[in-house]
Design a protein around this ligand. Sequence first.
Ligand SMILES: [Zn+2]
Length: 401
Amino acid sequence: MFRSFFLALSILGVFSMVVSAQSVSDEAKKLHFSSIVMDTHDDTTQRLLDPKFDLAVRHTDGNIDIPRMRDGGLTGIFFSIWISGKTLGPEAVKKALDQIDAVRETVRKNPNDLVLATTAADVRAAKKQNKIAALMGIEGGHMMGNDLAVLRTFAALGVRYMTLTHMENNEWADSSTAKPEHNGLTDFGKDVVREMNRLGMIVDISHVSDKTFYDVLATSKAPVFASHSSCRAICDAKRNMTDDMIRDLAKNGGVIQINYHVGFLSQAFQDFEAAHPEVRKELNAELKKRCGDDEACSDVTGQQVVREFMKAGKLPRVDWTAIVDHIDHAVKIAGVDHVGLGSDFDGAGMPIGMEDVSHLPQITDALLKKGYSDSDIRKILGENTLRVLAEVQRLSQSMNK
Ligand SMILES: [Zn+2]
């Protein structure tokens, strides 16, 4: 009886409609898998520090591993080198170097799947060889220990961007999530930006205060990007960018890489969290139960718990289509040449339907359905990021002549 019931449903097309709610058209698959697909911000590096974690194996937790990157058609990924902004000085430098080593060792151990990339040409070559390009970005200027020699060492090891601050101010730049101390960038902060231009490192303005952002635009000779920020007009978070900022970033030739974090995508989610601190407490208690003090575990499990809470109605539901809303808004404000993808995978709360990197082709499908052209979609998926990378490199070469 059940069989005939389901047969009847499938004949009616109802069943196929239900299961294909997130299906991807053949046209979208063809476009997606032939495109350069970049992700400019990924926190999986924390997991790479665990000798038991193997990126080559398909995992049921977290957002990233090689099999799922293949499923998602990812061409290039910026592994974020991150430590808390409260850790400073030589310890911060040492921890950053450990993470750079972890990324490089992961590439060395997976030569059939990964290749270290530092230029746009490297990424295109990786695509041709059917490999995934691994790039690196430093998330927080505190890791250079106020020393340009350390910045130069990071660049020599292959790091291609630095987010000037994390959640805290450092000694030369104000963060968006701390009380302003420096009125933006200090004179040394401007030297850091100039040295990054010379070294061919992209200046990343995610996390910095609005004033720091404008000081960067006035100082940098090269285009800059926001490696993982979304639109403040849709969700009023300090970590997101106002329409004016997005417009000015575009004038500079830069790119806003849309962040998939539920708290940056949805105003309803943000408002609810602010109004209900007890839910955050319940969430943290649940996390403590599952992870103890293990930070890497908290990063990957935290978002699972958030999604469980959303599905149970304890938090407002945020669906993956909100990512497309932010992309579409940024395109309307800045033009299609200035928008890209910066997931924050393995470091933030992913929305329902974007549980991991394998879901990326849905974005291509959704943009096609919205009427975007193939070439515009390719720009958003990765070509804009490669343009900035190439532009920054070109300027660096001209400064070093
Ligand atoms: Zn971040």
